[in-house]
Design a protein around this ligand. Structure first.
Ligand SMILES: *[C@@H]1O[C@H](CO)[C@@H](O)[C@H](O)[C@H]1NC(C)=O
Length: 230
């Protein structure tokens, strides 16, 4: 291999590594909380998940084991919360937010079964006439909790799906973390539809097996169930 090729390859590797990310901090009342205080620690650093049928899709690698060492943040239904990113988003793809109600202490909750509902999603922008991803470069993501969310303890799961390479089969990249929250000031909403993780995505979903480049897409279907927000 020529030196120039080696250097190019090294540059590509470092660029793609920098393009990866995790969500280490929950943002409450506009302020980032300490890293992994309320967010369950994940053991794969900033690397994506590639197997959408893995149980790691719930709270990332290590994210089911790290519940007992994670605290639970008190948040108001209807308030704006968010997550910081360890690195700015470097891959095209949507943002998605899910919750699952814990029957008791959220530290011991593993999110098993059809318990997850989507509260927020953000896809591409087609207003210029072609596909644009305003997610590129963001360093945090904030969103509103549904005002009628019932009181109680939840897992709050943030996700970015990298679709830069997803024209190839089984090549979407999943970046996600779970926070533990206790919702107060809530209402009498009935969140749904409820889905299981894994199980909510398929490798043939149009927003997961997706060619961003040619022919230029004119639409994008955000994966997963519809958003519940009341
Ligand atoms: C939810 O909790 C708040 C206190 O944070 C309480 O005032 C309210 O009545 C509760 N809502 C329901 C539906 O129980």
């Amino acid at each position: 291999m020529k030196l120039s090729t080696l250097l190019t390859t090294a540059a590509l590797f470092s660029r793609s590594a920098m393009a990866h990310y995790k969500f280490p901090s929950l943002i409450v009342d506009g302020t980032p909380t300490p890293e992994f205080k309320y967010v369950r620690f994940n053991t794969n650093n900033i690397n994506p998940l590639l197997d959408l049928n893995s149980i790691d899709m719930r709270c990332n690698e290590g994210g089911l084991a790290s519940g007992p060492q994670t605290e639970t943040a008190v948040v108001q239904a209807g308030s704006t919360v968010g997550f910081t990113l360890s690195n700015s988003i470097g891959h095209i793809g949507p943002m998605l937010v899910y919750m699952a109600k814990a029957p008791g202490d959220p530290s011991n909750f593993d999110g098993d079964g059809e318990v997850w509902f989507k509260i927020n999603e953000w896809g591409p922008d087609f207003s210029s006439g072609s596909i644009e991803w305003p997610q590129l470069g963001i360093t945090s993501y904030s969103f509103q909790l549904p005002p009628s969310l019932p009181n109680g303890s939840y897992l709050l799961r943030i996700e970015h799906i990298g679709v830069h390479n997803a024209a190839n089969a089984n090549s979407a990249q999943f970046f996600l973390n779970c926070a533990q929250v206790q919702v107060t000031g809530g209402g009498n909403g009935n969140p749904g539809p409820l889905v299981a993780i894994p199980g909510l995505y398929s490798n043939e979903d149009p927003g997961i097996h997706f060619n961003n480049y040619y022919p230029p897409p004119t639409s994008y279907v955000i994966p997963g169930p519809p958003v519940w927000f009341e």
